[in-house]
Design a binder for this molecule. Sequence first.
Ligand code: GLU
Length: 418
Amino acid sequence: MNIYQHPTFEMACQQFDLVANRLGLSDADRLRLKAPKRSLIAAVPVRMDDGSTHVFTGFRVQHHLTLGPTKGGIRYHPEVALGEVAALAMWMSWKCALMGLPYGGAKGGVAVDPRKLSHAELERLTRRYTQELIGFIGPHLDIPAPDLGTNEQIMAWMMDTFSVHAGHSVPGVVTGKPVGLGGSLGRREATGRGVAYLAGRTMDTLNLPANGATAVVQGYGNVGSVAAHSLARQGLKVTGVSDALGGVFNSRGLDLRQLDEWVAEHKTVVGFPESEPIGGDALLLLPCTVLVPAALERQITAANAGQLRCRILAEGANGPTTPEADAILSARPDIFVIPDILCNAGGVVVSYFEWVQDLQSFFWGEGEVMDRLFRLLEGAFVQTLNLSRHEQISMRLAALSLGVKRVWEAKVTRGLFP
Ligand code: GLU
């Protein structure tokens, strides 16, 4: 699997190997489970506003097809690479299986900084990328969704491009669409709300009162900002937040409504009045009850894991903690980790609800969506916690074991073709 060589893919494989050892999987089963089923790399030529042509590189990796179509987001970020996308696809597999969703994992992306493109360039890029994916995606094949750097508008263009090609409207080809186009109520907020729900649930488990509790959020994007607001609604003081350009801190708590106005105008949290600036690295080391990494992978490493001063690490991002950091955290009973595939699963769970609603052309109210979301999260949280306590293993190993085992059992039951 040399073509996938990348530090993030290596990390996903290292995590998988720990689970495979615990489950006692044979070498053959390990290979079957680890290898991404298929991948597509496409040159995506785009006419830029100045008349020039730029060729971007687009990816889509489908990790396994054993349990249904594949599912996972599309990332627009300058550092997107095949190996990173493959790792993220593998994590989607274990996440969907942990949550009991009838999907394999997938991920896609384009190596691009979307902030540097005009609205029109972004649309042309998205349409051409989608065109390159025709035949590789579809409501019963592979269903993209938003991820870092993409949003509802991009999903709307993807849905439109696919539908024009099909000759009729196909809302079920992507999730995270605008509600007016067959999107689900609650999808936009689902990941952040899920993070906050599980952080609150963990505080209950640990007997930590919300009164006096604090939260710090790395990455004030769609996931981080919603998680921050939801935690504030639960009574926590949000003392620090950051984005790609820097962070802000106020020990008395940041006024999130004013912060949102600032971000809407300045496109960054940096410079927010009534706060002190803080670097991204220092932000992770702030004392707090709940630390939410909600940005990129590999943020909590051997270099900083020993110095974290949170009580709960609620992983809003995918893969924020390296296996080396995990080893350090497992010797720190003062920190409770809510692992990524559980903590941020709210997004794909409501994506699943959106897909079901689209296939049935029958739409639910927001209360029903949220109710069902919290029920699924609660079930997965309790199963993971019970396994972790019963077997004396980390929450990550427990969550991954539940996910991997389900995919493994399905593969064994279906058998090997031919
Ligand atoms: N990109 C999100 C994730 O990493 C959502 C995927 C989806 O909704 O399909 O879980």
